[in-house]
Design a protein around this ligand. Structure first.
Ligand code: FES
Ligand SMILES: [Fe+2]
Length: 399
């Protein structure tokens, strides 16, 4: 099943009729009070992509993830039973962090302070002079956070009892993701960056092509043509809170520079050899994960909020084989650098946009029809914040 079948793909006029055309409030894009509501209503109860199973291949392998908006440090550990679990990186005696490394492999986690020791399943295994504590060992396990794997990707959720599994939340998209190279990845190229921008300002940049010819006059050329001077997608589609678009295919693209062509052809040949042929795809998954499949490359781009106007971008290109030859290494570096070049152009504009919004002088945004995916994200966020606020009012603030 490809993206075209999952998302109800509509021409722009129909999509615009569906979602409306008026201006929207700019407040959610900079206001700290509003961010706090989104943090509670969305980020503290949504599935968030934080890693891949290829990072923790064996029993005892672990990764540490700092989730700043939750003031949390998490240890994501593969247990003896092969299960992947996430725990707060905090000893249950008096809270000391158990691991400083970003990743590693251990058979147990001993606290540096008084030597409480925990197993890979989070259970307290031993503690010196434990008889003087008047508590059962079973009540001293590491504090667990929900973790689930889908298509090789690890998702965590701070809600102790999520209403949906990650598979239920993604619906038919889940099956499509299982067929992509990310599901079979054994390696990846990663880079991260921090940006002075709200997470939606950051994500929105990758949800419209209106800006292509202005800020990517060189790198955007292949997707601009006289028949479609803005390089607008041909269709937009929605599946619950998730979105997609169909990119326009330029019938006569400008010649690709020789070095890029060489990398692309070599990459395509290697991809075929690796059996990772897959259709072009574009999954904009709620809240902040973007998965782009532009054969022969696939990459994920996460916009993790750090505060009202600061976001960490994490990009990963996933590979189904190790970079075991100079040829593969070259293709991967070249692919990563090509994407990074384009994104560098975006980042300058995104930060300037955020600086302008911050004063509150521009109280409304005007989305044009081809900015329909931005409108969809705005509406989805609004709906969740509103539901959270009324739920809180109903329960007297106990949410
Ligand atoms: S805080 Fe960890 S053993 Fe005391
Ligand atoms: Fe761009």
């Amino acid at each position: 099943m490809n993206g075209q079948q999952i998302f109800k793909m509509l021409p722009v006029e129909e999509a615009a009729k569906l979602l409306g055309r008026g201006p929207v409030s700019s407040l959610p894009y900079y206001d700290p009070g509003r961010w706090e509501l989104e943090r509670q209503a969305i980020f503290m109860r949504s599935w968030l992509h934080v890693g891949h199973i290829c990072e923790i291949p064996e029993s005892g392998s672990f990764i540490r993830r700092e989730i700043e908006f939750a003031h949390a440090s998490l240890l994501i550990i593969r247990g003896k039973d092969g299960e992947i679990r996430a725990f707060h990186n905090a000893c249950t005696h008096r809270g000391t962090q158990l691991a400083d490394e970003v990743s590693g492999k251990r058979s147990r986690f001993s606290c540096r302070y008084h030597m409480w020791t925990f197993g890979l399943d989070g259970a307290l295994v031993s503690a010196p002079d434990f008889e003087r504590f008047h508590v059962a060992k079973e009540d001293c396990s590491l504090k667990q956070v929900q973790a689930q794997v889908l298509a090789g990707m690890i998702f965590i959720n701070f809600d102790p009892a999520p209403k949906q599994s990650i598979r239920e939340f993604l619906g038919p998209i889940a099956d499509a993701l299982e067929l992509t190279p990310v599901a079979r990845a054994v390696d990846f190229t990663e880079w991260t960056y921090e940006i002075e921008a709200n997470w939606k300002t950051s994500f929105d940049n990758y949800q419209e092509n209106y800006h292509l010819r202005v800020i990517h006059p060189r790198t955007g050329r292949p997707v601009l043509g006289p028949e479609n001077p803005f390089g607008y997608p041909t269709h937009y589609g929605f599946c619950g809170p998730h979105r997609s678009q169909t990119l326009w295919k330029n019938p006569s693209p400008p010649p690709t520079p020789p070095i890029q062509l060489m990398s692309f052809l070599r990459g395509a040949a290697l991809a075929e050899k690796d059996d990772v042929a897959f259709p072009k795809s574009d999954f904009k998954l709620f809240p902040c994960l973007h998965i782009v499949g532009l054969p022969p490359n696939q990459f994920t781009h996460t916009h993790m909020p750090l505060g009202p106007t600061r976001t960490r971008g994490q990009i990963r290109m996933y590979w189904t084989s190790k970079a075991d030859s100079a040829s593969r290494q070259f293709v991967r570096e070249m692919a990563a650098m090509s994407v990074r070049d384009v994104l560098a152009e975006d980042r300058v504009a995104i930060e300037a946009c955020q600086r302008g919004v911050g004063s509150g002088a521009i109280d409304r945004f005007h989305f044009q029809d081809h900015e329909i995916l931005l409108r969809h994200l705005y509406e989805e966020v609004e709906a969740r914040v509103e539901a959270y606020v009324s739920e809180r009012a109903r329960t007297g603030g106990s949410q």
